[in-house]
Design a protein around this ligand. Structure first.
Ligand SMILES: Cc1ncc(COP(=O)(O)O)c(C=O)c1O
Length: 379
């Protein structure tokens, strides 16, 4: 009955035809990468409004995160790690490999760490050198407010802010120029709708100053070396996935053709519709506070007695709609809709919402719809 697939996961996301063409073009399969790498560096900086430097490395976003920590943090540096769940915890664990002076402030599932808690910590520890955080906690959809956090951090300390922007870049405004962060890291398989395989690091001028003073104990993760190779020799210490570099240019051009501001608005609109509809269905959202709901992910609690496996399988087998299970504190209790890049459009959203409605009906979990006749959505 449904003859196409709707991949509504928080990454990897569906890859549009234009990107497939770009990564399989004749040019993308040639060995030379200097020109395309240089072009991509400018594009990724534009995406996060930065005037510093960018590095693109082959690997998952995790490689980019670890390279940033390994290259910037000295073992003695005091670091405050903010965590709102699984990915925030992973970043905290990673930081512990590079500093023996790490503190963590952790929010319960569905929340973020409050600015007042951060303020209190920094007032007690004004010698903090770095604050690390995950902009959107992909396992819950909780979004930290970078503007508020950076303002407090700058006011009280000289700490540099390192942000994992894996599930926000391209959908949520981020500006290094405005000081929201000093270093940001992201992958390409989320809002950018690329296949996985590239990690992007953008360093603002403050982070570049720190980088100059650091001695990194790693080879592949040494960002200073990546920058030096590129700037002094015009090539990189390790061959990048050249075809993905071509895809990345196309992916960012797609965003700029629509207009970055329009893309932000589209994600926000889609997220508002999904949140309103799920509430109407009687489902409980993981993020109750609209102000910290990421426009890229909506997680909701499953009705009592229903497993994530059953719900996801039903959606897939009947409707070809693919939602994602979650990890960490909410594993088995909630599932996630990813609405990112090409899946943050109303056609994908309507099918998804109808499929969820119908799944609730089919599993005899009659939704408490007051205004929408359930029969219309029962296939
Ligand atoms: C917030 C966040 N950080 C880090 C990662 C890890 O990215 P990768 O799997 O590309 O290493 C993910 C992956 O989903 C993520 O959502």
């Amino acid at each position: 009955m449904f003859n196409r697939e709707y991949i509504m996961t928080p990454g990897p996301t569906p890859v549009p035809e234009r990107i497939i063409k770009a990564i399989t073009s004749k040019e993308a399969l040639l060995p030379a990468y200097g020109k395309i790498y240089g072009e991509d560096l400018e594009l990724v900086k534009k995406l996060v409004d930065a005037d510093g430097k960018a590095i693109i490395i082959g690997g998952g976003a995790t490689v980019g995160l670890e390279a940033t920590l390994a290259s910037l943090i000295d073992f003695k540096d005091k670091v405050l790690a903010l965590s709102a769940g699984f990915f925030g915890d992973a970043l905290y664990k990673m930081v512990k490999y590079y500093s023996n002076n790490v503190y963590v402030l952790r929010a319960e599932a569905g929340k973020t760490v409050s600015v007042s808690e951060i303020k209190k910590f920094l007032n007690e520890h004004p010698d903090t050198k770095f604050v690390t955080l995950t902009h959107c906690e992909t396992t819950t959809g909780a979004l930290f407010n970078l503007e508020e956090i950076s303002e407090v951090v700058r006011e009280i300390s000289d700490a540099k802010i390192i942000v994992d922007c894996v599930s926000t870049v391209g959908a949520v405004p981020i500006s290094l120029r405005k000081g929201h962060a000093d270093a940001v890291v992201f992958g390409v398989q989320k809002v950018l709708n690329m296949p996985p395989g590239l990690a992007v690091i953008v360093l603002g001028n403050n982070a570049l100053e720190v980088l100059e003073t650091r001695q990194c104990e790693s080879y592949y993760l040494n960002l200073k070396m990546w920058l030096n190779f590129w700037e002094e020799r015009g090539y990189l210490p390790s061959t990048p996935p050249v075809n993905l570099l071509h895809g990345l240019k196309e992916a960012i051009n797609i965003i700029f053709e629509e207009g970055l501001e329009n893309v932000f608005k589209r994600h926000k609109k889609v997220s508002e519709v999904i949140r309103a509809y799920l509430k109407e269905l009687g489902l409980r959202l993981v993020i109750e506070n609209d102000n910290i709901a990421s426009p890229t992910i909506t997680a909701f609690y499953l009705p009592k007695g229903v497993s994530d496996k059953l719900f996801i399988e039903h959606l897939w087998s009947k409707f070809r709609v693919f939602l994602a299970k979650t990890y960490g504190d909410l594993e088995g209790k909630a599932i996630r809709i990813g609405h990112m890049g090409s899946s943050a459009t109303m056609d994908y959203v309507y099918i998804t919402l109808i499929a969820i409605t119908s799944t609730l009906k089919n599993l005899n979990l009659v939704p408490s719809l007051r205004h929408i006749p359930v029969e219309y959505f029962t296939f």
